[in-house]
Design a protein around this ligand. Structure first.
Ligand code: SF4
Ligand code: SF4
Length: 297
């Protein structure tokens, strides 16, 4: 199964909308599956008008542990409190008390405790499952529970889930989170192609460079989409010049168009909302195919 990741470094550039329409374009002649790896703000299914109530599966997931203290065994030495880097433990009546939201489950307190009074216990930190779009393909998604950590591990579970629900898919399309944090790194590794979506603004450009560093670290072939390119042609030219110097193909320059906003408001993927956009996405699909699939023939 080939995999393409769509990422941006910056939120709000249209990454998920572009991933959704590209998925539809690819699904017209390929068996595909999507993985929504933005586990802090899962939204790919929403773009297909699929709230979690309509998912085919949505179950608790545990990828994290937290400390559990046996008060009867504790000899009140305070070593665990001094050891916890995350300051998740404090003394209350000389007994350590855990702030569950602060605990990262690192296990240092368990190791240091001379009375073996601390053990790590599994906790549910997310929900995971999948939905089926009206276009026939499935989307694996997860949502981290409020205040919980471990997004990188949850992303790995989403990618696993996508393979599990569609083992015969030819192509997986991954919608990454914004930024360059742990969930993005967990989403980028091991892909065949990275599609960087940016917009012609100073932050769009700088954040694209930061995302590019991750893609280059994992030596993944890549291309760039400039969304709303005509809103700032000088900055678009700067991005194009950069791409030219680095020999990164510009897969497409998408103009700003009210139709994009209308499509989002109506929860219809833009490829199905406007015939000009459909042409654009079919063209992008062809170019990406040439980069990812045909180049290996
Ligand atoms: S498991 Fe780690 S983060 Fe949690 S209380 Fe123990 S030392 Fe602190
Ligand atoms: S290290 Fe163990 S014995 Fe010491 S205060 Fe913490 S829980 Fe109690």
């Amino acid at each position: 199964m080939k995999s393409i990741i769509v990422l941006s470094g910056k939120g709000g550039v249209g990454k998920s909308s572009i991933a959704a329409s590209l998925a539809i374009a690819f699904s017209e002649d390929k068996r595909i599956v999507c993985a929504d790896c933005d586990v802090d703000a899962s939204n790919l299914s929403i773009l297909f008008s699929l709230p979690t109530e309509r998912y085919e599966e949505w179950t608790p997931l545990s990828t994290n542990q937290i400390a559990s203290i046996d008060r009867d065994k504790c000899i009140r030495c305070g070593k665990c409190i001094a050891t916890c880097y995350f300051k998740a433990l404090r003394s209350e009546d000389n007994i350590p008390k855990l702030n569950e939201f602060g605990c990262e489950g690192c296990g240092a307190c368990e190791l240091i405790c001379p009375a073996k009074a601390i053990t790590l216990k599994d906790i549910d930190n997310a929900y995971i499952g999948y939905s089926r779009t009206g276009y026939g393909f499935k989307i694996a998604s997860a949502q981290l529970l409020p205040g919980n950590s471990g997004s990188g591990k949850v992303v790995s579970e989403v990618r696993k889930k996508a393979k599990e629900i569609e083992p015969d898919a030819e192509l997986m399309i991954i919608d990454a989170a914004a930024g360059i944090g742990c969930p993005v790194i967990a989403s980028v590794t091991g892909n065949d192609y990275a599609l960087l979506v940016t917009e012609p603004t100073p932050s769009g450009y700088e954040d694209m460079l930061r995302a590019l560093d991750i893609v280059d670290h994992f030596r993944i072939k890549k291309g760039i989409i400039i969304n709303k390119y005509d809103l700032n042609k000088d900055y678009s030219a700067k991005i194009e010049l950069f791409a030219q110097e680095k020999k990164i193909p510009i897969i497409h320059k998408i103009p700003f168009d009210r139709a994009f906003v209308d499509a989002m408001t109506n929860m219809v993927p833009i490829i199905d909302h406007d015939k000009d956009f459909r042409k654009m996405f079919m063209d992008m699909k062809k170019k990406i195919e040439a980069e990812v699939i045909d180049s290996e023939k």
